[in-house]
Design a protein around this ligand. Sequence first.
Ligand SMILES: [Zn+2]
Length: 488
Amino acid sequence: MADLLTRMESIYGRVYPRLPVALQNAALGTIGWHNDLTVRGRGFTRLLGEYEARTFADPGAVRELRDARLRAFLLHAYETVPYYHELFDQAGLHPREISTLEDLASLPITSKADVQERRSEFLSSAVPRRRWKLVSTSGSTGSGLIVATTLEAVQEQWATWWRCWRWHGIDRKTWVAILGTTHVVPARQQAPPFWRYDIAGRQIVFSCAHTSPENLKYYLSELRRRKPLRLHGYPSMISLIASYLIETKTDLGYDVRWITTSAENLLPQQTRLIEKAFGVRPKQHYGMVEAIANISECEKGKLHVDEELAAVEFVPITNTLYRVVGTNLSNPVMPLVRYECNDQVTIEPGELCSCGRPGRVVTDIDGRKEDYVVLMNGVLLGSLDRIFVNLPNVREAQIRQDAVGEIQFLVRRGVLYTKEDEIQLRAEIERTIYDGSQISIEYVDEIERTARGKLRFVVSSVPAEDVVGYKVLPPPSLSALGNGDNDL
Ligand SMILES: [Zn+2]
């Protein structure tokens, strides 16, 4: 999805919002078609076949495959990537001294700030520029990162995702409602349709920036008209529709067969809400454009590490809480070795799964929890990290809201931040938060952490009763979301 948006923003930029709806559908269809080619290409079919053949492979064999990839990858990084050449030399190590995942601990961790500040030193001299594919991310802390990768690496990620979806019986021909895209419908559009069609990709792409209480009925009528069997998107948006159905004591009017989520952590209360409203338990997978980790849900509801895609380490914080640190074995253009993505997972001691898949089991993913601000028309606007997707010079950001109509951005600037970045930041904010709320940007040297050292992306003290027209179901209450319900 991030890739879809990046592509849309880079190709169509400011033109897309001014097009008539029919042309926007055509434009989206073109992007969908392009994405479909990525997924449909020969490379993808081969990779998916290889990944599926390993679904029930022996754990030892999959570990060996990962470690063999790791050994070759570290050598590649040392020989062709200036940052890692220096890092190995400074550590007094040669990549040949590292032969397994466990051996990696002798190397220092790479942070996102390291990559942001020394971006060019992370690029391998061995991959020609014409093979690069650029993807961008905002991450959970609102600081953007542009990752250079290859088509094959992107296809490999898609192979892990499709392997997971196919475990659950989802077919690539199934029509899907995408619930979790901000810019697909121009922000200022007041009347339906708040969705666009991507015929080639068999997607109805709904805007998550128009989900006011008055508008949700249009979303539902479109779902009832087209009856897509699969809903996919942000848990925050799917649970918003779920709570609307429950509050209005209605149902969807047809049976959805699959609900899959991505991009945000699926909270337990969201799972309950979604299951109650749609009668289907959502399936989640965890991944990111940096491709340093990927985790997929099996049919037993357990979360398995896709071991062969990345060398994933869980660095302990407590005896059940771990930092996710990973090495992106699939990306030869911009190797990231022991990269920390700022997400955390819980692993209960002895957590196992009886399904027979080889990947390690994670109990819970505690990354990228979704937060909202409240617009003056009652819309709960989430996924605000979109604002920072193309702003790699923002080091950290936090959005604070103490009253409806006032939203404050705290921004910690990176060393390369300029006036141009501020102009772009203001434009992105205006494009996303469109209701006339008073916006302020404050530059700070430090953003306060929670007691557990986590950076909250949105801090809201707006009381739930001030949310006009919306009674946010408890749980999750707005204040709980704003303050981090699962904060650790
Ligand atoms: Zn399992």
